[in-house]
Design a binder for this molecule. Structure first.
Ligand code: GDP
Ligand code: CA
Length: 329
């Protein structure tokens, strides 16, 4: 197992990759891990380019994450955010901690001076040393927006608002009719992304949001085809346990695209590679073991083990189960 590539969102992808690295450190110390990160949650805020998922993965793997929140840095203040709010600018409900702001300032400076997002990410990682090659899915801005089904605050039904506004400001409690990835059709995969998939020994879809994290990466032109044609095994881990999204509101995203919130339905949504989909194998929780025969019948080799990322040992065991499943798929 030399080259492992992970297609990640924020918290779920970052925590899984931490377990994967811990497992590989023992089993295959010379393995190289590439993490391709969703950039659909990116936005401009207060004049700065914010990349929530890239930063969560970078901080988590670099030892700089606020563990309770899953985003931002520990021990940061909100003084700068409060000052911006005092001017009536920015999004009062989207807090940028003062230590995190430094990352956004440096990134924005690099972008303004002509760096691509890939180059800016590589630069930031020189400090954080995440132990993986961290690649944005694309260097072109792609932003996930949601279409509101009802009037709320200054918005009217039918308006599109940024995914983060729906997710953070409205806690995904406002009904939406769909998602639109602005900029996606003109976007190209960032340098190294398609090769990281086609030349890997193993590709993992970690327990990230299947709609707005993994789904957005899969929609980047060329990515789905790379997954379909790679010689690597493609193994996914269910972000759904016992019919619930574990943490966060992924169920509302699934509901919006007409997919049931279950480990089975998400596995079938990704689909078997032998049948037009992207998976060879799918790891689900023991509580969902009843889905195993249906998954097998659909051509997806599956196993049921604990998939709660409660701590590093549990997550490391999960990564070991992914490698074991890959070896048999
Ligand atoms: P985000 O960008 O920060 O929302 O993070 P991701 O898209 O990477 O992952 C979020 C998803 O991870 C959630 O929707 C959950 O379904 C899933 N998740 C979070 N914690 C766990 C866990 O402990 N186990 C499993 N299996 N899934 C989890
Ligand atoms: Ca995200």
């Amino acid at each position: 197992m030399k080259r492992v590539t992970v297609l990640a969102g924020g918290v779920g992808g970052a925590r899984f990759t931490r377990g994967l690295l811990a497992h590989l450190a023992v089993l295959a110390p010379d393995a190289a891990v590439t993490v391709i990160v969703n950039t659909g949650d990116d936005m401009w805020l207060d004049g700065l380019r914010i990349c929530p998922d890239l930063d969560t993965v970078m901080y988590t793997l670099g030892g700089g994450i606020n563990e309770e929140q899953g985003w931002g840095r520990p021990d940061e203040t909100r003084r700068a955010s409060a000052e911006i709010a005092a001017y009536g600018r920015g999004w009062s409900w989207f807090t940028l901690g003062d230590l995190d702001l430094a990352t956004h300032i440096v990134r924005t400076d690099l972008l303004r001076n002509g760096s691509t997002l890939s180059q800016a990410t590589e630069f930031l990682c020189r400090r954080w040393q995440p132990g993986v090659r961290l690649l944005p899915m694309s260097d072109q801005p792609v932003e996930t927006h949601v279409c509101l089904a009802e009037n709320i605050d200054e918005h009217t039904a039918g308006d599109y608002i940024h995914f983060e506004e729906w997710w953070v400001r409205y806690r995904a409690r406002v009904t939406i009719t769909g998602f639109k990835q602005q900029g996606l059709t003109d976007a190209v995969a960032a340098p190294g992304v398609l090769e990281a998939i086609t030349e890997a020994d193993l590709v993992v879809l970690p327990p990230s949001n299947p709609v707005v994290s993994v789904g957005t990466i899969l929609a980047v032109p060329g990515v789905r085809q790379a997954l379909r044609s790679t010689g690597a095994r493609v193994v996914g881990v269910s972000p759904i346990i016992g019919g619930a999204a574990v943490r966060g509101m992924a169920d509302t995203c699934l509901h919006t695209i007409g997919v049931e919130t279950s480990a089975l339905a998400v596995g079938l949504h990704y689909g078997a590679r032998t049948n037009g989909g992207v998976l060879d194998a799918w790891l689900i929780d023991g509580t969902d073991a009843a889905a195993l025969p249906t998954l097998a019948a659909a051509g997806i080799r599956s196993a049921a083990v604990p998939v709660w990322m409660t701590d590093l040992p549990a997550t490391t065991a999960m990564a070991a189960a992914v490698l074991a499943l890959a070896a048999t798929a």
